[in-house]
Structures are given as structure tokens and as C-alpha cells.
Design a protein around this ligand. Sequence first.
Ligand SMILES: C[S@@+](CC[C@H](N)C(=O)[O-])C[C@H]1O[C@@H](n2cnc3c(N)ncnc32)[C@H](O)[C@@H]1O
Length: 286
Amino acid sequence: MASSRSGSGYHLGSDPEELERLGRQGRAIAPATRTLLRAAGIGTGMRVLDLGAGAGDVSFVAAELVGPTGAVVGIDQSQDAITTARARARHHGLDNVSFVVGDIQQPAPGGPFDAITARLVLLYLPDPAKVLRTQAAQLRPGGVVAPIEVDLFSGGPRPATPLATRLLSWQAEASDRAGITHSLGPRLWTLLCEAGLHPLGMLGMQPHFAPGDPDGPALMAGIIRAMLPVIEQTGVATAEEVGVDTLQARLSEELATFEAVFAYPQLISAWGTTQPAERTPLTAER
Ligand SMILES: C[S@@+](CC[C@H](N)C(=O)[O-])C[C@H]1O[C@@H](n2cnc3c(N)ncnc32)[C@H](O)[C@@H]1O
């Protein structure tokens, strides 16, 4: 069981294994994330707020996009996550990014910001529209809100394989029973509207991992390991059925047998502003 689960109801905790998983995932989906943030207009000189920053991976992509004249503030409720993110920022010599501990359901300190992002965190929150509305108040006029979420069933091995298909259905069923919105990505445009924002554009990106690339099975086994307490507590499957200790090896073997490419679930962003504005072209870069 993850050791740092907080009182806010977040399901995955932030023990060292989970923070390492976030780092591996962060590296694997950084190119897709960079494209989405660029499409949303995040660029040179901007001040960016990253909600639910975890081990810092989205903040690091944003820091690269805004450059030395910009700044990024990552916020997370987990002290362990923030400590890890700060250490990684120091290691990479990034001095335009800082991290603070806080609950993203409360207004973030340090504004005003030019842009707000949040990757793979809104799905765990009971009222994500309220979070976006609250944080959008920290934007300068015309600033942009650009959350990123997935469409779970768009992911998995191609061709589909038996074990991976079973894992995906366990993940989805446990999420449904625990109140986790596993496929929030396609709903982000509507969510922006519910938050009182004016959507400008929407884009999906889908990283694929070649047969034999260890990232594919590692990412899938990693999220199942992180979700194991939820899978068990919701009665979807037992620890014995999941067999988490051998899961990555069994997935690797299965993907090799089927010569399967592993498709990460499509990462989707919709972005919008606090004021009505022209739709942005998908290639918009600042
Ligand atoms: C799945 S991780 C994603 C981390 C990061 N955004 C990424 O994509 O790598 C979700 C993060 O959101 C944080 N989180 C969850 N609920 C939160 C809340 N109410 N306030 C602040 N952080 C929260 C968790 O501590 C965790 O680090």
C-alpha cells in the first residue's frame, strides 16, 4: 500500500516506488506533453502553474518551453513528491522552476500566471471543474488553462493481447467503483465550459512503444501496481489474481510473443481562457 496517501482521497500515494513510476512515465510521455503544451500556446517568458506536479515532470517540460525569462511553479499536496521534484530540478540545473506543497482545491499562491496546466490529476478529484474555476482566478486576463488527461481504452497492445486486455478492464472497473474518471480526456472541452472558461482548441497525442521496448510493459505494470489497493478494495480482483511481482515480466513475454506495439492511452488536452477569444490554430507557438 502506498505510504503517503493524504486525507484528500487521492488514490495512488507517493511512496518512492510511485515517484519512480511517475518519473519513468514522465520521460516516456514528455514529447507528447511538450506538443500539447505548445499547441496550447505555452512558450517563451510565460509564468506557468502546474497543478498536481508529482515528481515534477510536467513542470520540467513547461520550464523548457518558457525558457530562462519565464518561470514555472509546481504544486502538490505530497511533501515527498515536492522533495523529489526539487531534488530533480537541482540535478537538472533548472532555476526557473519551483515547487510548493499545497492542495490544488484551494487557490494557488504565487500568481498571477499566464498559463495553468494539470496532467493526470483532475481524474482523481471529486469536482475537477471547481478546481479549474478556482485556479483560473489566479490567471492574468487572457491567460490559458490547459489540462491533460487520457482516454483509457484507446491504450494497450496492438494487436490486443489477453493479459493486457484483462488488466485494462480491471483498471477501468476499479476506477469506476472508486470514483476515478479514468477517461476524462475526451471530456476536457466540456469541463472547461463547466469551469466558466472559453475553450480554444483540443488535441490528442498517442505515444507508441516498439515491441521489445521495456517502457511499454513497465508503464502498464506500474499503473496496475499503483492501483492494486484500489483494485483489491473495490473487489475487482485479488492480489493473487493480479500477481503484481511477476506482472511486468509476464507482460513483456506476452508482448514479445504477439510482436505487439504498446500504445499508451491517448493523451488529450483542451485549452481555454477566461475571456472569449478567437480559436487558436493547433500549431500556435509563442
Ligand atoms: C498521477 S500523479 C501525476 C503527477 C504529474 N502531474 C505527472 O503527470 O507526472 C497525481 C499527483 O497529483 C497530486 N494530487 C492529488 N490530489 C491533489 C490535491 N488535491 N492537491 C494537490 N496535489 C494533488 C498527487 O499527490 C500526485 O503527485
